[in-house]
Design a protein around this ligand. Sequence first.
Ligand code: 2HG
Ligand code: ZN
Length: 445
Amino acid sequence: MNPFKGLPEATLIEDPSDLEPCRRDESHLRGTLPLALVKPHGPAALRELVRRAKAEGFGLVPRGAGTGKAGGCLPTERTVVVDFSAWPGEARVSPQDLCLRAPVSVLLRDVKAAAEAHGLFYPPDPNSWESCSLGGTLATNAGGPNACKYGMTRHWVLAVEALLEDGELHTFGISSVKANAGPSLGQLLIGSEGIFGFILGATLRLTPLPRERTTLLLPVKRWEDLLDLPGRLCGAGFLPSAFEFFDPAVLAELRAHGPEEARRLPGEALAILEFDERGSTSDAFLEGLLDLLGPVAEGLRVASDVRQREGIWAVRRMTSAFLKERHPKKVSEDIVVPRSRLRDFFAGLDRLGFPAVTYGHLGDGNLHVNLLAAGETDPALLDRQLMDLFRLAIDLGGTLSGEHGIGLAKREAFLALSDPAQIQALRALKRALDPQNIFNPGKVL
Ligand code: 2HG
Ligand code: ZN
């Protein structure tokens, strides 16, 4: 019997050709063909799906907008994709409580816009923020350029509404920054990529919208000159709301083949710095910054208007897609090292000796190391290169993923390189919360 027949409050898609798109996300991986794709519109669908998954022995794979970078939403063997794009509700702001409640189906750009309509700010800004769903950002604990000042998604979540293995929706957390009644199950669910249960909605913390912002372009001749700057700035009390960079290879590609705005980008390597605190547009602030930066600031340019600022950010935000289009089989990583170890990291990367280009979030040490030739590299060699890269980051006090998560892409490395006590504890939690392994099986652990 068809286990999906008569599923209440849901749209069902079973035609294999319609299922093809959900075998992909923004990683380099491809999932297996799922048994079906279900778009739930109400709790009855979820209750029934959980019941049938347990009875029939199939898994449930959550999907938002499919913009993930680690294969977390890709179907594995004998799974049904649960696409949350039709989950009902809208973003509602509570200015008194400085928070916003939204269902997972809302796009992140609409969450940010709802906050801004009240003069408030929801900071998380992964570069896919115009197209990713709130749900995806919660499941993966998304980062982005301004995490270097504001932290990641989890820092902005007050409460989580989640489907657990009893088939019911539960809320963990309250609409206040203070809540300390025991360990937080809500925080455990954020970034767990749907392996313990599915997040259906969240209450998000907001802060007043910054009223000033200055965007600076910092071209340099020797890109290594950038490496001490994040630590020096922070050490001197300057906390950028973004500090991004392109190494010479990425900048040259952008300039030669990128959009109009990219052709005019200066320098052999380039950093984009942004500050958004009160006073950051004043001459005094800029003078203080120039003093601190010293000779490296020779070519510093201030974005003169909104158009220029948006042009710069448009180039930065399309870099991942642009490189993928030019090198379809590239592999892009998102390792992190502490700011103070950036120089050691790049010296280590040189010693490893494989060709890699880098751009990303220099301000918080989260680097997108891209192996552009991955498609032409022997798979065993590629695995060794990636493991060496991860080990290098970990040995410097960093980690193998700063923002994209583990999913399928980094599962093996995560299992091999983590403290066994951590894996054991996470597996015990998985068994306790999902004894029949119905939630996103084969991911992370
Ligand atoms: C970015 O910062 C995204 O642009 C994607 O995190 C990076 O492709 C990548 O690895
Ligand atoms: Zn990134």
